[in-house]
Ligand binder design. Structure first.
Ligand SMILES: *[C@@H]1O[C@H](CO)[C@@H](O)[C@H](O)[C@H]1NC(C)=O
Ligand SMILES: *[C@@H]1O[C@H](CO)[C@@H](O)[C@H](O)[C@H]1NC(C)=O
Ligand SMILES: *[C@@H]1O[C@H](CO)[C@@H](O)[C@H](O)[C@H]1NC(C)=O
Ligand SMILES: *[C@@H]1O[C@H](CO)[C@@H](O)[C@H](O)[C@H]1NC(C)=O
Ligand SMILES: *[C@@H]1O[C@H](CO)[C@@H](O)[C@H](O)[C@H]1NC(C)=O
Ligand SMILES: *[C@@H]1O[C@H](CO)[C@@H](O)[C@H](O)[C@H]1NC(C)=O
Ligand SMILES: *[C@@H]1O[C@H](CO)[C@@H](O)[C@H](O)[C@H]1NC(C)=O
Ligand SMILES: *[C@@H]1O[C@H](CO)[C@@H](O)[C@H](O)[C@H]1NC(C)=O
Ligand SMILES: *[C@@H]1O[C@H](CO)[C@@H](O)[C@H](O)[C@H]1NC(C)=O
Length: 370
């Protein structure tokens, strides 16, 4: 009896404990209770107890009531589906938990949301998490997870948000992740990832936010990225990426944020830069080796809020047409080769007076005359 009642919803508990003769009555009147009682199984409970056994610190006592007398579905942080009483959400974020992630989580086969972010989990990401084929969100961010990203995560074919940032993950970005075609958010930033960004990211045609900044990635961003038509935010700053401004990006007209800062990008920006990014709000290119002029066509990006391009080798001048950028808040061109020493070099300042929102302007360490 304990085995069954521990899995039924609290409202069903009374009936079941009175007498099993009522079982038929319950089955006919409360099918949702009966299915929990009859069909419910121990899998989820064993998996969660195994997870608990790997927790070494729980200062807030979150798991104190994770015990046999209480229905799993009532354990703090656990949510079950109404119909089948199986665990669909495990939300343990921000509870100062320490320990390793038990591979048994892979047995929670109905899990849709796994959020253990903002704790002190260490050790590796168990490859067994790849068994979670119903998973939609995996958030392991802000922990101390190390080792490689298991390629088996590519089997979580329904995952929409894969959030692994702020850990100590090493090795390459697995090429297999390219099969996660439902992905909308992929956060791998602030880890210790190395190697190239794999060509297969081009298969992520639903991806909206892609952050791989603050790693040790190298090489050029792949041409296949031209297929990432849903991309809105791209953050690759603070790596060792090379090549010209990635040509594939010019086809991604939905981009609102492009951050390539602190890398080894070089070469010129195309003159049709502005029309390629009609929705651009933030362009961060600081600390690279860009040359040539600042494209005047950027003044067509009417949503532009922040243009941050210091410590490069841009030449020419700030386009007078920047006066059209009504929303511009931030313009930083510190440490470039702008200006020619001519007396009219600073005429752009007059046009910038049309940018009523402008809060920050840094033009120091250039060659401006006047
Ligand atoms: C429990 O559920 C799991 C996952 O759905 C299934 O593989 C297993 O066979 C079930 N066990 C029993 C005893 O019903
Ligand atoms: C998880 O499932 C595997 C395979 O069915 C089983 O061997 C293992 O004992 C399960 N783990 C727990 C904690 O129940
Ligand atoms: C299980 O947890 C409940 C809720 O915290 C508590 O009242 C009960 O005493 C616990 N049972 C055992 C056996 O620890
Ligand atoms: C992931 O967790 C972090 C830290 O708790 C949180 O800030 C972020 O919003 C979460 N993202 C998703 C998609 O759940
Ligand atoms: C991760 O990278 C940081 C910064 O590059 C470095 O200080 C740290 O030693 C690296 N950690 C590991 C475990 O590789
Ligand atoms: C993904 O992309 C690669 C290279 O661009 C390609 O060879 C592969 O067939 C694609 N499909 C999947 C499911 O990864
Ligand atoms: C990218 O855009 C250019 C025009 O700027 C076009 O010629 C090219 O076919 C596009 N590439 C893809 C893969 O759509
Ligand atoms: C800019 O060009 C000069 C001269 O060619 C070179 O010494 C310097 O390293 C370059 N700086 C950057 C940030 O590219
Ligand atoms: C973009 O801006 C440039 C320079 O300000 C201007 O000549 C051009 O007509 C604008 N429109 C397009 C589509 O480039």
């Amino acid at each position: 009896m304990e085995l069954q009642t521990s899995f039924v919803h609290s409202s069903c508990l009374f009936f079941l404990s009175v007498h099993t003769i009522l079982f038929m009555f319950i089955y006919l009147s409360f099918p949702q209770c009966a299915s929990a009682g009859i069909l419910g199984n121990q899998t989820d409970k064993l998996a969660l107890l195994d997870l608990k056994s790997q927790i070494t610190e729980d200062p807030q006592g979150l798991m104190d009531s994770w015990n046999a007398t209480l229905n799993v579905c009532q354990w703090p942080g656990v949510t079950c589906g109404h119909k089948h009483q199986r665990v669909i959400t495990l939300d343990l974020k921000d509870h100062r938990l320490a320990g390793t992630i038990s591979p048994s989580i892979g047995n929670l086969s109905f899990l849709r949301i796994l959020d253990i972010s903002d704790n002190s989990f260490h050790g590796v990401i168990p490859p067994d998490l790849g068994q979670l084929i119903r998973l939609q969100t995996m958030n392991l961010s802000f922990n101390f997870l190390r080792g490689e990203i298991p390629f088996t995560l590519s089997r979580c074919v329904n995952v929409v948000n894969l959030i692994l940032d702020h850990n100590i993950l090493q090795g390459h970005i697995p090429t297999e992740l390219g099969s996660l075609t439902k992905l909308e958010m992929l956060y791998l930033k602030n880890n210790n990832l190395t190697g190239n960004v794999p060509n297969t990211v081009g298969n992520l045609t639903s991806l909206r936010e892609f952050y791989i900044s603050y790693n040790d990635l190298e090489g050029e961003l792949p041409e296949t990225m031209t297929n990432m038509r849903s991309l809105i935010e791209l953050g690759v700053s603070v790596n060792s990426l090379t090549g010209e401004f990635p040509p594939a990006l010019y086809n991604l007209s939905s981009l609102t944020l492009i951050s390539l800062s602190f890398n080894k990008f070089r070469g010129r920006l195309r003159t049709d830069f502005g029309p390629a990014f009609p929705n651009l709000q933030r362009l961060y290119l600081a600390n690279n080796y860009f040359t040539g002029s600042i494209p005047a066509s950027l003044s067509n990006c009417s949503d532009l809020l922040r243009l941050d391009i210091p410590i490069n080798n841009f030449t020419g001048n700030i386009p007078l047409s920047f006066g059209n950028l009504k929303n511009l808040l931030w313009l930083n061109v510190l440490d470039n080769q702008l200006g020619s020493g001519a007396p009219d070099d600073l005429n752009f300042i007059n046009s910038l007076t049309n940018c009523k929102m402008l809060e920050f302007l840094d033009i120091a360490n250039n060659k401006f005359g006047g």
